[in-house]
Write a protein that binds this ligand. Structure first.
Ligand code: 1Q0
Length: 215
């Protein structure tokens, strides 16, 4: 059997999982959030081994969250909202420095959450780009505006090197398995607002609880 991370990426699938993320009262289901990320990791893996160090970190973080979700307190991890409440109420989050709970669900998800902002910025650039735009430049700009601020120099350097070997715009749109470029662009127009809403809701939730700088 093929591990889910190794199967072919399809943008529609990611779109569908992000659609499932929000409940009626705008809670974010962890299960679908994880599924969305799994789809993105699949895509990253299809770009080649240069991105391995990035996908490995994402996979590790997804594993941590899955373990909570499938663990004995799994019912507390159904939504990001319930996870925050549960971990905070029970003193399970290291608030100032990594100590007794270095891998809380809250701090783990925060890393993915920050990466979601990168994704939103990158996809918006991709959507509005012209034929001769460079994916490496779009990717680096999106990164510098978001994730880079949370990464030390070594990681920024390694990320910068990985961006340089990204496929060109057309090849990139092709791996999304949607069809001709116009169709991909249309689908991105649908996907970005969804990703953006999930990001905004999570951002506000973390801000309310003062958790945006968790170590
Ligand atoms: C397409 C190119 C992908 C480029 C991804 C940009 C992100 C670069 C991030 C570099 C991360 C390096 C690995 C380690 C970082 C950790 O130190 C850091 C902090 O965690 P911690 O535990 O040390 O405090 N981790 C993170 O910041 C999490 C990073 C997760 C990045 C996951 C990126 C997944 C990318 C998916 C590709 C999507 C391509 C778009 C097309 C999809 C269309 C819907």
């Amino acid at each position: 059997p093929v591990a889910p991370e190794e199967q072919k990426f399809c943008l529609q699938e990611v779109l569908d999982t992000f659609k499932l993320c929000l409940s009626e009262n705008k809670d974010v289901y962890l299960e679908h959030y994880i599924a969305g990320w799994r789809g993105l990791v699949k895509f990253l893996n299809s770009l080649g081994s240069v991105f391995g160090f990035i996908s490995m970190d994402a996979v590790n973080k997804l594993k941590i969250l899955v373990a909570y979700l499938e663990g004995e307190n799994g019912s507390q991890y159904v939504t990001i909202q319930s996870m925050l409440k549960y971990e905070l109420d029970n003193g399970l989050v290291d608030l100032t420095k990594k100590a007794s709970n270095p891998e809380s669900g809250c701090r783990t998800l925060l890393r993915l959450h920050r990466a979601l902002r990168w994704l939103e910025l990158f996809l918006e650039r991709l959507r509005t780009s012209s034929e001769d735009s460079k994916t490496s430049v779009m990717c680096a700009e999106a990164y510098n505006e978001s994730l880079a601020q949370h990464h030390p120099w070594v990681i920024r350097k390694a990320a910068g090197m990985a961006f340089c070997v990204l496929p060109g715009r057309l090849a990139f749109l092709e791996v999304m398995n949607v069809g001709p470029p116009e169709k991909v662009v249309a689908m991105l127009g649908e996907a970005i607002p969804l990703i953006s809403e999930v990001y905004q809701i999570t951002e506000e939730l973390y801000a309310q609880h003062n958790l945006l700088e968790l170590p």
